[in-house]
Structure formats: structure tokens, C-alpha cells
Design a protein around this ligand. Sequence first.
Ligand code: CU
Length: 361
Amino acid sequence: MLKNKILCIVAIVWVEFISNSVLAESLDRVYWIAADEVVWDYAPSFPINPMSDKGFAADQRVFVEQGIGRRYLKSVYREYTEGFGALKQRGSKEEHLGILGPVIRASVGDKIIVHFKNNTRFPASIHPHGVLYTSAHEGAAHSPKEGDSHHKPNGVVAPGGEHTYFWDVPERSGPGKNDPSSIVWIYHSHRDEPADTNAGLIGPIIITKEGYGNPDRIPTDVDREFISLFTVFDENASPYLDTNLSNCNGACDPEDEEFQESNLMHSINGLVYSNNQGYVMRKGERVRWYIMGMGTEVDLHTPHWHGATLLHNGNRLDVTEVLPAATKTLDMNPDVQGVWMYHCHVNDHISAGMVTIYTVE
Ligand SMILES: [Cu+2]
């Protein structure tokens, strides 16, 4: 009897050991990401405002028509096939990402290898939050002084140049004890941080708990994931301002306050007034939302979902808050079908376009 019990315990321990070692198999997560210049359209629906299905009102046209309008030269991170062979097309699950760079995914124990190419006219980098790096792979210029040998720009890439970043994903990069099975971090260019991020160089990193990531490192305990960046892109602070001014045919005065206002793009994933696509899910699914903030002192955002509630680390809410470069991961079980508003709850930001919809089928 005792012998059987011992055998049974040994068998259980052995099965646990085997399954854990299978689950714990670590991977090299390899990405080919370039910083590319694109003409970005904040409101492709123009002249229609999808929220009303009518034309934009006068106070909305400030942002989508006046001054430079709705299209700006920007730089964005884009994913390529191996060796920068071809631009990777985004599938339906990635449609909602908008201006965001590709999702970098890993599980605790993996290594992340990012081959980076700077196709823009300005120096750029990829600075990751949360993961483990040495200063050579930090992607940040420590000193603005050129030629300062004590403060070398670490992983900052000149126009046309390339760099490979190596980042580790130890326990401290993954979900903490109150977190769900995955969390989000931000990556962004950090040569001239305010200019780089206003230019558009921002993306997400999602880290799953050991044993919770499938081979693509998507968490196995959710049905769907969505990522949202709430930020006011300040096109006045973009390094492309001078180039973008040429769209005004000399009619824009950069010192004019109304013109400056027209360049504050209150966006969710780089899109205003419900121009986002792809926030679509089914009733009853386990839906994970990753929320990111960026920007300056105006960037206090309070994402609010109509039609459902969410859990954030055990706390129930339908409004959360993010500040610049902060992130939140929340879980939703949509229980009512419909087309629901999803917007920042700061009044001034609602008027300026930080509003969209999500659909529960
Ligand atoms: Cu806001």
C-alpha cells in the first residue's frame, strides 16, 4: 500500500517535471524591424466622421482639415521578413494596431533578437521597456554631446544604418503575482525621445508568463487581444514639421496658436474620430486589452469602454487611466452584443477625436 503511494507520488512528480520542462522550453524570438517614413493619415474616412456618419463639425475640422490637415509625414516601425526581404503584411488580428509598430512577443525565459534598420532621415533606435539589456542594447543616447567618449549613443542608428539588439526576458520582465498571464511594455526610439515618439516610433512588447505562451508566444488562456495607445501626437514637435509645413503652401504660421492647436492629434493608435478598424470580438470570449500611454503633461487619458466591464489585477472597472509610457493589461468578457463606444473620458480629448468603437458580434 505504502509502496503504491510512493510510486504514485514519484509518477506525479515525474509528469510535473516533464510537462514543466516542455512548457519551459525557451525560444529565440527574432524580428526584422525597420523605421520607415510614411505619409500617415489620421482620418482616412474624411470628409465623413464615422461617429455621426455625417461631415465633420467645425470644431472637428480644426484637426482634420485646418493647417496641415489630416496627413503628415511620419516615421513608423514596420516588420519585414528575414534579411529585410519584404514588408510583412498585417492580418486581420493586427488590423487594429494602426500606427503602432509590430508586436514583439516573448515568454519568460526567451531571448529577443531584433534586427533594426533605420530607413529614415534622422538617427533612430529601439529602446525597450521592461526586458533585460546591457547598455549596448539599450537604444538610448545617454548624452546629446557628440564625440563624448564616456557617453556613447548605445544602439542608436544613423540614417541608413543597422543594429541588432539582444534582450533577455527574465522573471522580472514578465507578469508579477497579481498580473494576468501576459503584460505589455512599450518600445520606442530614444535618440531624441520627444521628437522620436511624436514622429511615430512606438510599439508594444507582450511578455507571457512561463508556460502560458503558445509557440508564437500568444497567451493560451485568452481568445483575443487588443492593444491601444492613447496619445496626443504633437506634430509641432515632430522632426518632420518643416517638411509637413510645405503642404500648407506657405499659408501656415508655426507661431500661430490656432495652427499649433490644429497639429495636436488626439489619437488612439494614431487614428482620430473612430477611424480605427478591427476592434471586433464575439460575445463570451476572453478578451485581453493592453493599454499604453505616451506624450507629455496633457497626456492623462482615461480609456472607457461602453457595454462591458473589465478586470484589472482583480479590480472591476469600466474606466482605467494611463500616463505617458505607462501600461495596463485588463481582461474583458463581453456579454452584450452591439457596437460600443470606446473613448478617452477626458472631455477635451473627446471633442478632439480620441473616440472610437468596438464591436461585439
Ligand atoms: Cu485622453
